[in-house]
Ligand binder design. Structure first.
Ligand SMILES: Cc1cc2nc3c(=O)[nH]c(=O)nc-3n(C[C@H](O)[C@H](O)[C@H](O)COP(=O)(O)OP(=O)(O)OC[C@H]3O[C@@H](n4cnc5c(N)ncnc54)[C@H](O)[C@@H]3O)c2cc1C
Length: 449
């Protein structure tokens, strides 16, 4: 442990925290990532139950993740290419959406006029700069659509797709190219690391991604302390003095000039007294909204669809699902295929896991009529405050910096500057990168004062 010489304390070993540590250059040997959970990864993590490893929710790695995917390669994570495009389910039919936005013209769900309308709108928005988006957002993009687009376009297209790609440029919009982390074992001996695909190991899926990033961080000189919860960020004279944290019931204090917070931004006010922030900054923090998510995994004794990319189902309880064929990343009970899905309907959150699964299976019988006859096992996971709600006006809330008004206190995570990749792993990764660069820049001034 090198606590006597630490200069940067990063709170949270999710993708943003780990990337922040990895991307510090000069300060990396003087940095530590503190994670309250026993495992790293935050939402990009797996958990073990009765000897099987499950992922915390379905995660799609899109082709446009031009920062994260090359970085993962550097950290020796091999990704398996699954396929391109996304599938859209509506009124008993599957429609394929491909990489190019112009493929919408072939999107037969909508009539020709609607297709042209949405295409021109999407292209106009996508080609514009960020100020243009902001104006749309301020005026409430949803109500603008309400006025200008037909109900059919709104319900069937705007909601699931335009909303999620609004802030990306056309070449970044690969609607569903996705990759899956292979099961990889990391073997390390005398500075030599070997990664190889593994058939029967305890680790797989998302945990491969976060464990490889942790390993990369450590090899590059940073430390990662799990089971360490930060309770308070101590500020004196409007500057960070250090952090109070707790490890196995023992409280401790770490003196550091730089601290990065990566948890949900609404929790920042539990660690820092409000009085240190100007009013507008406090209001922004309080206005962020998060959505609870139910992640499901269903093991099946046969494949139930030929589609291998994500299936968007905006009018269903499970809004996005994907069928994954063996060898899947997660180490779940054996089966011929696995259906993973995400549901953001708050009304069923209070029900038991069995009740939730019954409701969702009933709903899934529409796109997959035979599903019920092929289920081997099911898994339900409720994740509180999991993702940011993309409500109208969200752009004016987003922070376009990773600095806070307190000297030495920084933010990384989807709400902070992330090159407009909101609510994605790519965004988390970029915010970590951007934050690291700012700290290095500020350290030049602060540490030589
Ligand atoms: C079900 C689900 C599906 C998703 N699907 C996709 C997808 O398909 N594609 C995609 O790009 N994105 C997806 N996302 C979003 C993606 O998971 C997140 O954007 C990303 O993981 C956020 O990373 P983060 O580091 O910012 O935050 P987190 O992953 O939340 O990490 C924050 C970490 O900080 C720790 N922490 C918090 N407070 C403290 C404290 N006081 N002391 C110590 N540690 C603390 C937490 O334990 C956590 O590990 C999905 C999210 C969910 C929940």
């Amino acid at each position: 442990m090198k606590s006597h010489r630490i200069k940067v304390a990063i709170i949270g070993a999710g993708i943003s925290g780990l990337l922040c540590a990895c991307e510090l250059e000069r300060l990396r040997p003087y940095s530590v990532v503190l994670e309250k959970e026993p495992e790293v990864g935050g939402h990009v993590r797996s958990f073990v139950e009765k000897g099987y490893t499950y992922d915390v929710g379905l995660h799609l790695f899109l082709g446009g993740y031009s920062y994260l995917i090359p970085f993962l390669k550097k950290a020796a994570v091999r990704m398996r290419y699954i396929g391109e495009g996304a599938v859209f389910y509506h009124e008993k039919k599957f429609y394929r959406l491909e990489r190019k936005i112009s493929s919408i013209l072939k999107f037969r769900l909508l009539d020709f006029t609607d297709r042209v309308k949405i295409l021109t709108t999407a292209n106009r928005i996508l080609k514009s700069d960020i100020d243009y988006f902001m104006r749309y957002d301020e005026e409430d993009f949803a109500s603008w659509c309400e006025k200008n687009l037909s109900r059919k376009v709104l319900e069937n297209f705007y909601a699931p797709v335009v909303k999620s790609v609004t802030f990306l440029s056309p070449e970044q919009v690969s609607s569903g190219l996705w990759l899956q982390a292979e099961k990889i074992r990391i073997q390390e001996r005398e500075n030599l690391a070997v990664y190889y695909p593994e058939r029967d190991v305890e680790t797989g899926g998302l945990s491969v991604v976060s464990k490889a990033l942790k390993w990369y961080c450590e090899r590059m000189g940073s430390e990662v302390w799990t089971n360490n919860e930060v309770k308070k960020i101590v500020i004196e004279d409007e500057k960070v003095k250090g952090i109070e944290y707790i490890h196995e019931g023992v409280e401790d204090f770490l003196e550091v000039p730089f601290t990065v917070f990566t948890g949900p931004i609404i929790n920042l006010l539990n660690l820092v007294s409000e009085k240190h922030f100007p009013r507008d900054f406090r209001e922004r923090i309080k206005n962020f909204k998060y959505t609870h998510v139910i992640a499901i995994q269903i093991g099946l004794d046969r494949s139930i669809t030929d589609h291998r990319v994500a299936i968007l189902m905006p009018n269903k309880l499970v809004t996005v699902a994907a069928q994954i064929l063996p060898p899947y990343g997660i180490v779940a009970p054996p089966g011929k295929s696995l259906l993973a899905g995400t549901c953001i309907t708050p009304s069923i959150l209070n029900k038991t896991d069995d009740e939730i699964m019954d409701i969702l299976i009933e709903d899934l019988k529409d796109p997959f009529p035979e599903i019920e006859d092929h289920i081997l096992w099911t898994k339900v996971l409720k994740i509180k405050n999991a993702i940011e709600a993309q409500s109208p006006g969200i752009m004016s809330l987003k922070l376009d910096t990773n600095r806070t008004p307190v000297e030495g206190l920084y933010l990384a995570g989807n709400y902070a500057n992330n090159d407009n990749w909101h609510s994605t792993i790519e965004g988390a990764a970029r915010s970590g990168h951007n934050c690291a660069k700012l700290i290095e820049q500020d350290a030049e001034v602060l540490l030589t004062r």
